[in-house]
Design a binder for this molecule. Sequence first.
Ligand SMILES: Cc1ncc(COP(=O)(O)O)c(C=O)c1O
Length: 421
Amino acid sequence: MKRRSFLLAAAGAAAGLWWLRPENRGRGGHEAYFSELSAALQREGLARPTMIVDLDRLDANIAAVRRAVGPRAFRIVAKSLPSAPMLEYVMARAETQRLMVFHQPFLNAVAASHPGSDLLLGKPMPVIAANRFYERLRPGAFDPARQLQWLIDSPERLRQYRELAEARDLKLTLNVEIDVGLRRGGMGSPADLARMLAAIREDPRLRFGGLMGYDAHAVLPEALGFRAREFERVEARYRGFLEAWRAQAGDQREEDLVLNAAGSPTYRLWDDVDGLSNELAIGSGLVKPLKFDIDTLAEHVPALFIGTPVLKVKEGLELPAIDMGPIHQLWDPNRARTFFVYGGYWKAEPVSPPGLVTHPIYGRSTNQEMLNGSQQVDLAVDDTVFFRPTQSEFVMLQFGPIAAMRGGKLIDSWEPLPQVA
Ligand SMILES: Cc1ncc(COP(=O)(O)O)c(C=O)c1O
């Protein structure tokens, strides 16, 4: 009797386990959209890992931002679209000259490629990097005193920039970082800002350009009013800092300041706010990498993909030194086929054909990444696998020229921004 109940329990457990098996995620080959992209890559002889931006989708995202920012200005986050011709494309369609820059070589590159641009630093640069910017700045139409705002986050950094201005006999415009809740530094209170403003006013070489308050943390769950409550705090903190400036504004006009707020995840939260900030920063949302699949960007569409050729196809799955026979596939139908692709291990996930997965034990490879899929994954040697980057910054710099495509055709080839200057 005991033995029989044991056997029944064991059979029940096995059936339960069987029921927990991963589902077969393979659904054939590419859908029409990716088949077209794949054909375009092959036509263009791009049989190597290629970063693709879909211009129709990029246009749709730019249009969504333009509709939403309303009377505010739109500042493009350059690190998230790191290519001069790509920035040119977005600036023209968005009708803005405003860029937010985060890297000294990009700063020099953009000042050279876009002498009419209006640049705001998105993070405080070490003063040695700021000095290098001036050393490497090619003479031309770009006037840093008027067109560039350095970001200052502390009294010590202000002291360093004051010394830089004196040493190089420069006029500097300084934007002040304020902490609206992100807890990433900057002025912690309106009183800190008031002291900073007074110190800036003391030096005729320095000009106060405005405030930068980034609020990415505010995309909290909407449940129980978490998000609304935190965003109210963001607004209140921003208002507190602005009041500190208003109290000692002198003859400086508020509309002449750069009052920067938001980023892709949060720009829609500013829809109902009157005044306070006069511009919103948006970059990644224009190409919508995977990490930006969030409800505030529901109107945006993915526009960035990596396409790479399949080098090898094997039936089954073999791991080096361990012969597991068909056990893998018995448990997980998504381990029935093995593919090796050209490159890999990017900050990206395979998206087409559907159902491809990496292997936790075999490991990752930047040279030839192994992917598995079920019998239903239709993929042969020399076909293309498509990945979606999880972020755009940095990943877009890893492939050389970016393939700008429209309607399944290569329209242009965009060099990424340089990493040296
Ligand atoms: C200061 C600042 N503003 C805005 C952004 C938003 O960039 P994105 O729109 O690419 O998320 C960032 C991103 O890191 C940032 O650091």
